[in-house]
Write a new protein. Structure first.
Length: 118
């Protein structure tokens, strides 16, 4: 069964850093464009960062210069390095294949919670 597993979230003060990881069972992520999505309390899930199969990246304006998405194909893992965190970064972070989200029926993992502790 396909399963995406996110990890690395936690409590962090404003200005702090976290690194999130995303891996998958039964799914080869290496050739797929991947995205990190986040859902703040009471808001819709939004795309925060994306990376193509060849490593090109793009970011939501509010995280540019602070977040870095990367991938380690040998480990079938996608990362999100989050620096200079702000209270508005609080939320549950999910990863997924961009193609699955565009198709409209993505399977979501449990996500990982990022919370501002300031």
């Amino acid at each position: 069964q396909v399963q995406l597993v996110e990890s690395g979230g936690g409590l962090v003060q404003a200005g702090g850093s976290l690194r999130l990881s995303c891996t998958a069972t039964e799914w080869d992520l290496r050739r797929n464009a991947m995205g990190w999505y986040r859902q703040a309390p009471g808001k819709q899930r939004e795309l925060a960062a994306a990376i193509t199969g060849d490593g090109s990246t793009s970011y939501k304006d509010s995280v540019k210069g602070r977040f870095t998405i990367s991938r380690d194909n040998a480990k079938n893992t996608v990362y999100l390095q989050m620096d200079s965190l702000k209270p508005e970064d609080t939320g549950v972070y999910y990863c997924n294949l961009l193609s699955e989200v565009v198709a409209g029926s993505p399977i979501w993992g449990q996500g990982t919670q990022v919370t501002d502790s300031s």
